[in-house]
Design a protein around this ligand. Sequence first.
Ligand code: ZN
Length: 112
Amino acid sequence: MSFNIWENLIIQERARKTLEKIYNKNFYTGAFIFYGKQGVGKEAHALAFAQSLNCLENSFTPCGTCENCKKIYNFIEPFIYLVYPTPTTSTHQDQIEKKVKLILEKKKSIPI
Ligand SMILES: [Zn+2]
């Protein structure tokens, strides 16, 4: 059984290309913000990218079978946090839906 999130994702091609470019340039930080309309797959893309960054096979296309891929797939990786804003008033609802934050605490070192 594969635990590769990318395999089961309806991919937003523009987002995937951007994430792959970030991955290939090793130009990433400890946190990313994924935002957009409701239902476009922000959380799924964020988790798939987390797999890419943490896969032990060191490939943008994660193996889906290593321990890190399995942990992320099963939401048991302790260093990955999904952070959502708390609604304060109903007038902010539209903004809140667009601001989904993902913090990735990577195990990989960040090149300078
Ligand atoms: Zn893997």
